[in-house]
Design a protein around this ligand. Structure first.
Ligand code: URA
Length: 439
């Protein structure tokens, strides 16, 4: 294989064969193709995309670059959810136990927060004792016995993605739909799942800033699922303001538990219920949406889902009392300071990316993978988009510790939150569903 020939072929708009793509990826993961050649290839993909055939082969090669879990000895259906990342997105903590109440098995391998977006593992680890590092054997037992395991990567899942993602990060090739789709799908399909629901976030706090781009990404991942005979559905949801009221790890864990007690903010409930409904549709082929919504809302209100979460927490070493007294058991910040409106009016916009970065100023997130986070700090909103405020009225509370950069946080919040005349029509929370049949 002459790598330069493959780069030229992609640069000139040609289609690479299955053998060429597999050889290229394997040689790269073996260290036989240097980063500069792979970077050139990725840039050629950035400009010329990949055909459906190429995307399927490339994803399959990435998926088989490492371990693939085999859940065939654990009764299913095994359905997972993946979010493309947002601010205040604590859905996984609610969705996993809620899906278990509906008879699904949820083998969930999650990631950590990076940049302005949070990560499920950090939120779970804010629960004292909760251990996200479980062996494959233990993970399977959790899925079999509890219905769900909530863990970080075990062994080497899709190692090609780790190298490619790091290279994309420094070569301006992250924002490329086939590369994002293959990256996400290779990791998810390596979990050995029977179906997947994607929460494709759209808006200021998301990778995809427009509905059109979100649709393209969703359809691309659905197409990969079809090629791998794994049913995939997507829900496009609003990320033009933070989800729920809390941003920050322990604060979000507490809010997730509120939802599991039937008391949480309605947007978090609605997205959780919509995604579990889609998971059931993936498992069964179709679903009665109204009846399912009633069933899932009841499982929150009567705390059936909370009891599943308690079992998960207990089995993974966490303190189950968090389910009864979340704000006593979870770590809390030393101080709580309000952020006030500097003028009266309606909240027209809340730039979710800037708000994510503001929480990072307090210590809630990390800019590089090596950074430490402070689980206790973050933001809790009292007002959201569309609410009216008086001058001097608190919009949110900053939960701070001695390491927090409160001034920078305030500056960013001032830029992120726009107050004025009421905005025309805010985007809907659940923007649309995509099933692979063009809708
Ligand atoms: N998330 C991923 O896992 N991969 C990407 O390329 C982008 C977001």
């Amino acid at each position: 294989m002459r790598v330069v020939e493959l780069i030229r072929k992609k640069r000139d708009g040609g289609e690479l064969s299955s053998d060429e793509l597999r050889e290229l990826l394997d040689a790269y993961t073996d260290g036989d193709v240097p980063d500069y050649q792979m970077a050139a290839f990725l840039m050629a993909v950035y400009f010329n995309s990949m055909t459906e055939q190429e995307l399927g082969v490339w994803t399959d090669a990435m998926l088989h670059s490492g371990d693939v879990l085999d859940l065939s000895d654990v009764p299913g259906p095994h359905i997972d959810k993946h979010s493309t990342g947002g601010v205040g997105d604590k859905i996984s903590l609610i969705l996993a136990p809620l899906a278990v109440t509906a008879g699904l098995k949820v083998p969930m391998i999650s990631g950590r927060g990076l940049g302005h977006t949070g990560g499920t593992l950090d939120k779970l680890e804010s629960i004292p004792g909760f251990d996200v590092n479980q062996s494959v054997q233990r993970f399977k037992e959790l899925v079999r016995d509890v219905g769900c395991g909530l863990i970080g990567q075990t062994g080497e899942i899709a190692p090609a993605d780790k190298d490619l993602y790091a290279l994309r990060d420094v070569t301006g090739t992250v924002e490329c739909i086939p590369l994002i789709a293959s990256s996400i799908m290779s990791k998810k399909l390596a979990e050995g799942i029977g179906g997947l629901v994607l929460d494709v976030k759209i808006g200021s706090g998301a990778f995809m800033k427009s509905v059109e781009r979100g649709r393209e990404l969703a359809d691309s991942m659905i197409q990969i699922g079809e090629a791998m005979e794994t049913p995939v559905r997507a829900v496009l949801t609003d990320m033009d303001q933070p989800l729920g009221l809390a941003v920050g790890n322990a604060l979000e864990a507490a809010e997730a538990i509120d939802v599991l007690r039937g008391e949480g903010p309605s947007d978090v409930v609605d997205v959780s219920v919509a995604l579990v409904t889609e998971m059931m549709a993936v498992a069964r082929g179709s679903v009665d949406r109204d009846a399912t919504r009633d069933q899932l809302v009841s499982a929150l209100e009567d705390e059936t889902a909370l009891e599943v979460f308690r079992e998960i927490v207990e089995q993974q070493g966490g303190d189950p009392a968090v389910c009864d007294r979340p704000r006593e058991v979870l770590p809390t910040a030393d101080d709580v300071v309000p952020f006030e409106a500097d003028e009266a009016g309606s909240i027209r916009a809340m730039n979710a990316e800037e708000i994510g970065l503001a929480s990072l100023d307090l210590g809630a997130g990390r800019m590089t993978k090596e950074d430490d986070i402070d689980p206790a700090v973050g933001l809790v909103f009292r007002k959201k988009r569309g609410d009216t405020v008086d001058a001097g009225e608190p919009i949110l509370d900053m939960h701070i510790n001695p390491g927090s950069d409160v001034e920078s946080c305030r500056r960013r919040l001032g830029e992120a939150i726009e107050i004025g005349e009421p905005a025309d029509s805010p985007p809907s929370l659940i923007i649309e569903r995509r099933t692979g049949e063009g809708s």
